[in-house]
Design a protein around this ligand. Structure first.
Ligand SMILES: Cc1cc2nc3c(=O)[nH]c(=O)nc-3n(C[C@H](O)[C@H](O)[C@H](O)COP(=O)(O)OP(=O)(O)OC[C@H]3O[C@@H](n4cnc5c(N)ncnc54)[C@H](O)[C@@H]3O)c2cc1C
Length: 458
């Protein structure tokens, strides 16, 4: 333990600091694959305000110690992982919804405000915050902003980046800045807000977020359509869009995903079908009736084998609960589950999904594939036993091949989970060399001593 560092932090945090090894373990993991020898942070501190964050950064700088911000720790890319002497800033004492302004359609929140809570409060005023990482019940806004999280509603509504209008950020020199103004429309100066969104906590620490809200859709209606052929399922996605519809959700689940969810959480999914599309429409009740009838016609023409339409909110929720349990369900199959995230143009989804299935079969790896078909964003969930050396090596090969496939299909490494330390070795294959150079210059400008979440992204 670095006793001098501890003494200085203790002055600020009193009891709000963790230094016991057993407790530090809880902050060493996120949902990325566990390394064999997990590194522990030196300390975890629980700031109550931006000033404390600023003082912490200056102290850490003095002791050449990295700072890693942490929300719920559910990121899949290793963004919260410790790679060198580090202090974790955990924001559980900064979780308030500070203001919801109905007339201006904005909310001001602290970094650990949970997305579901923000939405629940907004809904009480007839408002809506659409970004929905599927684990919205725990995901914090700080983590979602840092990763520009997406989720099943991105096709219609966009992702977190489309709803952030101002941030309070603490920089590596301890300065506390506002990146914008709390107004919906603003082109005054460079768009610094956008620079921080999706920067994976590598440029500064977010201590307050101003979000854009929209009026809450009056109603929603969910349809589940099953197909005997993956090609027909993806053709149906195009048929829906080309007929002028923009469903809030257009998610794809493959046969393995359907079967695994049903095993974990029996809810009547038809797991003998090759694929299912989960289609949710939202809007005014009167127009939804018309839209649902039209969607039904399109699905029938697209050769759907079975179609189920939720009749009420309870049935809606039942299907959503099943869909949200996909990741947890895969843990039924093997001791470890790893979720990947690749994105391709929508026209290439079939090639991507079939390619992933083929690669996994060749290397004897179990995969359940799901994704946001409207955006071309596919998540293979791998069931693994990482204590099996052979399987672990096979999985590394599978990963390399899947990223190569996505890039060859004009896609990219991540649609919404980010790069972190898990995918940084592939970055130079996915981005222009000159672009990476400028990204590194930006990192250096904001954090020349490389203490703010280092070892991530590059
Ligand atoms: C079951 C499951 C389903 C998921 N579904 C989706 C999905 O549909 N779509 C999607 O996009 N993601 C999804 N995710 C990934 C992830 O949960 C989300 O990206 C989530 O929004 C991350 O929030 P978090 O609070 O867990 O962030 P964390 O994991 O705590 O942090 C994520 C990153 O943000 C940084 N960070 C956190 N707080 C701050 C801050 N205050 N200032 C600066 N940097 C900060 C961290 O250093 C880290 O790099 C899913 C994860 C799970 C486990």
């Amino acid at each position: 333990m670095n006793k001098k560092l501890f003494a200085e932090l203790k002055k600020i945090y009193s009891k709000d600091i963790i230094s016991e090894k057993e407790e530090l373990y809880a902050y060493a993991y996120d949902t990325s694959p566990n390394p064999e020898n997990i590194a522990l942070p030196e300390f975890v501190v629980f700031p109550k305000n931006s000033q404390q964050v600023s003082e912490t950064i200056l102290i850490c700088k003095k002791y050449n110690t990295a700072i890693i911000a942490r929300g719920a720790g559910t990121c899949h890319c290793g963004g919260c992982r410790v790679k060198r002497q580090s202090v974790i800033l955990h924001f559980s004492k900064m979780d308030k919804i500070l203001e919801i302004n109905k007339e201006d359609l904005i909310a001001r929140v602290q970094p650990n405000a949970v997305i579901k809570n923000i939405n629940d409060e907004a809904e009480k005023l007839g408002l809506f915050f659409p970004p929905d990482p599927s684990n919205l019940a725990v995901s914090t806004i700080g983590g979602a902003v840092a990763l520009s999280s997406g989720g099943p509603r991105t096709f219609k509504y966009g992702s977190t980046k489309d709803y952030i209008i101002n941030l309070e950020v603490v920089l590596s020199d301890g300065k506390i800045i506002k990146t914008g103004t709390n107004i919906a429309k603003n082109v005054t100066g460079y768009n610094l807000t956008s620079l921080f969104v999706g920067s994976e906590g590598t440029l500064g620490i977010i201590t307050e977020v101003t979000l854009k809200l929209i009026p809450k859709p009056q109603s929603r209606k969910l349809t589940l359509a099953y197909f005997d052929d993956l090609v027909e399922a993806t053709a149906a996605v195009n048929n829906i869009i080309n007929s002028g519809f923009t469903p809030a959700t257009l998610d794809l689940l493959d046969k393995n995903t359907l079967a695994t969810i049903e095993k974990f959480n029996p809810c009547g999914l038809l797991y003998n079908k090759e694929a299912a599309l989960l289609i949710e429409l939202d809007g005014f009740l009167e127009s939804l009736g018309y839209e649902c009838r039209k969607i039904l016609e399109i699905l029938k023409k697209s050769n759907a084998a079975e179609i189920v339409q939720a009749q009420n909110e309870e049935e809606n929720e039942k299907i959503w609960r099943a869909r949200r349990s996909a990741f947890a369900a895969v843990t039924k199959l093997k001791p470890n589950v790893i979720t990947e995230d690749v994105v391709v143009p929508r026209s290439k989804i079939v090639e991507l999904v079939k390619g992933i299935q083929k690669i996994c079969k060749e290397h004897n790896i179990i995969v359940c594939i799901m994704g946001h078909a409207g955006d071309g964003n596919i998540h293979p969930n791998f069931a693994l036993d990482l204590s099996n050396k052979n399987e672990k090596e096979n999985f590394e090969t599978v990963k390399d091949k899947i990223f190569e496939l996505a890039l060859n299909l004009n896609g990219s490494l991540s649609g919404e989970h980010g790069i972190g330390c898990e995918k940084k070795k592939y970055l130079n294959k996915a981005l222009d060399k000159g672009a990476i150079e400028y990204m590194e210059k930006i990192k250096n400008l904001f954090d020349s001593e490389n203490i703010i979440n280092p070892d991530k992204m590059f």
